[in-house]
Design a protein around this ligand. Sequence first.
Ligand code: G3H
Ligand code: ZN
Length: 289
Amino acid sequence: MLTLREALADAEKRGVALGHFNISNIEGLHGVWNAARALKLPVVIGVSEGERDFIGVRQCVALIKSLREGENYPIFLNADHSYSVERVKEAIDAGFDAVIFDGAELPLAENISKTRDCVSHARACGREVLVEGELGYIGKSSKLLDTLPEGAAQNAESFTSPEEAARFVKETGVDLLAPAVGNIHGMLKHSKDPHLDISRIKAIREAAGVPLVLHGGSGTPDEDFVAAIKAGMPLVHISTELRVAFRDALKLALQEDPEEVVPYKIMRGAVSAIEAATTARLKLFNSLL
Ligand code: G3H
Ligand code: ZN
């Protein structure tokens, strides 16, 4: 079976991307899993600090392991956006396949030294664990937005620079880099999210020398996804779109049958809605539309 590093290299070579989907519960996992398996595509499950606390850090590992080993299937687990070195180390020690230290809001020197610490821990753990670093602030929450997140990079001057990206990768040794290139966490309620700076993505990919990760995928215009993936982003994160699908389907189920009390019946529609949202994104990322 392909490792995550190999799956990413293969995707980048083919100009497609792996989907990284955040989950908060077993319904989310089943929705994403059903979609990926039906399309026979490798997939990454992401859990933020809050999401993995809700499921349980070691339980996340056990769930993904059971699917991967049960069907010899390339499904991988990422500890998404950790804001302390301790939380990164906890995930590495628990058995995650990939981790992210999110030092985007820290001064550059501190971001570099803490990310480097995470890389050293990953290299010493006896397994291959990919480490991703963050450079450039794109907001923090996967939610519906009325306006762009305060402080998020929104123009060429505040986007991640190729020079800084090169320095960051060289000094930390990260395997993957998440830049700010017009992307934002969360999605605007009343319009598509801003366009991505495709030429900046190309320049950062070239300077950094490692694959780039597109965070804040929800709400991104379709044509920007395709161009960004081809420019060097073989991994795309989607969260808010799945959260909205879950919320809407759950609301509908409760409205349609207020007497129903069986959780697995109430939740069926939510699993299907997450599956449908994931399928649409996976098809786009893999030119299957
Ligand atoms: O790490 C998670 C993501 O970057 C998701 O962002 O909620 O805008 O899809 P999103
Ligand atoms: Zn993110």
